[in-house]
Design a protein around this ligand. Structure first.
Ligand code: ADP
Ligand code: C5P
Ligand code: MG
Length: 209
């Protein structure tokens, strides 16, 4: 039995290579569709910096190497964040609507996908942003000028691209076989990409609030 039922929450995964625009477009979707945004990478970075965390050093090393953090850590962070968000929503007055979660940067490996859907909640579908590496690299090097992220440097970026191709693409392929992928080209301006995303979500019956 999963912790949450798809009848009470909607889970949409957002995947795409590093720098494809997952975080940027998630912000748009939160604004217009009432999604709650959970970024696996953001949750891992917060856990890395949390005083007293037993996983801080491990997470730091995995992130710098562009490797996938053991799934138990990431799934627990996501599952607990979902529970927190639901309990916050149900204690406020506007609790009637079904919670919509946008789970950004997850699942990055097949074992995470299987474990999450079994123990936390089955996903509705995956929004997949496609982008050539040259475009993503340019965006990430620019982001690195101000992000303060340990992994926005040329060497880590190369490793992250490799992990994406070898480890994360099989997840997209598996969901595609289940007809659960909305693929959107993520080149061009932020607005152009967002327009394509809105069209894509329409095909899954999702509309702005
Ligand atoms: P991801 O979460 O997929 O790694 P981000 O949303 O953080 O990607 O975007 C990576 C960088 O590229 C950010 O600095 C962001 O401002 C920028 N960016 C995002 N989308 C676009 C776009 N369509 N065109 C140009 N720059 C973009
Ligand atoms: O999505 P983001 O670019 O913020 O992820 C940064 C890093 O966090 C990844 O390169 C990876 O090391 C780690 N991560 C992970 N498992 C996830 C998401 C992110 O290990 N599901
Ligand atoms: Mg991101």
């Amino acid at each position: 039995m999963s912790r949450f039922s798809p009848s009470e929450v909607t889970v949409v995964f957002v995947l795409g290579g590093p720098g494809s625009g997952k975080g940027t477009q998630s912000t748009n979707l939160v604004r217009d569709y009432g999604f709650i945004h959970l970024s696996a990478g953001d949750l891992l970075r917060a856990e890395q910096n949390r005083e007293g965390s037993e996983y801080g050093d491990l997470i730091r090393t995995y992130i710098r190497e562009g490797k996938i953090v053991p799934m138990e850590i990431t799934v627990a962070l996501l599952s607990n964040s979902m529970a927190d968000a639901i309990s916050t929503a149900s204690s406020s007055s506007s609790s009637a609507a079904k919670a919509r979660f946008l789970v950004d940067g997850f699942p990055r490996k097949l074992d995470q996908a299987v474990f999450f859907e079994k123990t936390v909640c089955p996903s509705e579908f995956t929004l997949f942003l496609t982008c050539p590496e040259e475009v993503m690299e340019k965006r990430l090097l620019k982001r690195g000028e101000t992000s303060g992220r340990d992994d926005d440097n040329a060497e880590s970026i190369r490793k992250r691209f490799r992990t994406f191709v070898e480890t994360s693409m099989p997840v997209v392929d598996a969901f595609r076989e289940q007809d659960k992928v909305v693929s959107v080209e993520a080149t061009g301006s932020v607005d152009e990409v967002y327009e394509r995303i809105r069209e894509g979500l329409k095909t899954k019956g999702l509309h702005p609030l």
